[in-house]
Design a protein around this ligand. Structure first.
Ligand code: GSH
Length: 197
């Protein structure tokens, strides 16, 4: 039994989606970012964290990959060229999707007001749209890495959802339709159902 620290409307969603895909049961402690509760598990106050027995682990992407490796699903094995390609896709998504969305969040509500530069958001939105088109161009098969769902698929769909919530322009139609298909998965819907707010 795992415990996920962080609510459905945070990057903890990714970890819960992975757990659902793997058929693992888990509790959720919907600690808000920077709350005292979150700091019990991660001194920085960032969520998500994952409690696995005596271990407390952090970072959504590390956690998704850890779970995929541990349970031997949704990933190519470590030390294979296929895994290197999968990791390259994952790191590309961190650079070109997650980091852009996070920068926009920082300049919307994370930074103290006097440090925000709201005008940067137009440029971030344009950059995100370019990245989305690049990803759409690379789509070749039902999933990002081909015939099997892997960690990057979950990260990409979560980021696309985040972009919608953040008021970014809709992504390239091809990518939008692809993401809509993944949102039909039972595992995705099970996490959404936990969002009671
Ligand atoms: N790279 C980290 C980022 C985690 C992160 O920044 N989470 C946000 C909530 S989604 C947070 O806790 N922000 C509070 C802060 O940065 O102080 C991950 O993917 O887990």
């Amino acid at each position: 039994m795992y415990t996920v620290i962080g609510g459905v409307r945070s990057r903890a969603f990714r970890v819960m989606w992975m757990l659902e895909e793997l058929g693992q049961s888990y509790d959720m402690i919907a600690a808000a970012p920077r709350s005292d509760e979150a700091r019990k598990y991660n001194p920085s106050g960032k969520v998500p964290a994952l409690v696995d027995g005596d271990e407390v682990l952090t970072d959504s992407v590390a956690l998704m990959q850890y779970l995929a490796d541990k349970h031997g699903a949704l990933t190519s094995p470590a030390g294979t060229p296929a895994r290197a390609r999968q990791d390259a896709m994952l790191f590309w998504l961190i650079d070109e999707f997650d980091a852009i969305l996070w920068a926009a969040a920082k300049h919307s509500f994370v930074f103290p007001e006097e440090q925000r530069v709201p005008v940067i958001k137009d440029s971030l939105k344009a950059e995100f749209a370019r990245s989305a088109t690049q990803l759409a161009d690379r789509l070749d098969g039902p999933y990002l890495m081909g015939d099997a769902i892997t960690v990057p698929d979950l990260l990409a769909v979560h980021c696309i959802n985040w972009s919608i919530g953040a008021g970014f322009e809709p992504v390239d139609d091809r990518l939008g339709e692809w993401a809509a298909g993944l949102r039909k998965r039972d595992a995705f819907k099970a996490v959404r159902a936990r969002d009671t707010a």
